[in-house]
Write a protein that binds this ligand. Sequence first.
Ligand code: SF4
Length: 54
Amino acid sequence: MDRPNKSIQCSVEQCAHHCSDCDYCSLDTVKIGTHECDPSVEQCTDCLSFDAKY
Ligand code: SF4
């Protein structure tokens, strides 16, 4: 059973680290990055700890 980390809210249900019964990540830490050279809005950022569930 995944243990929710209440410090990391996340709604990405397709990620293997997502707690399926609540919107939290189960990892102790996550790494955030960007795919842009000059990020300006939230959509420019990514969770680099994402692992596809399937
Ligand atoms: S690793 Fe990232 S995308 Fe996956 S559940 Fe945790 S915060 Fe969400």
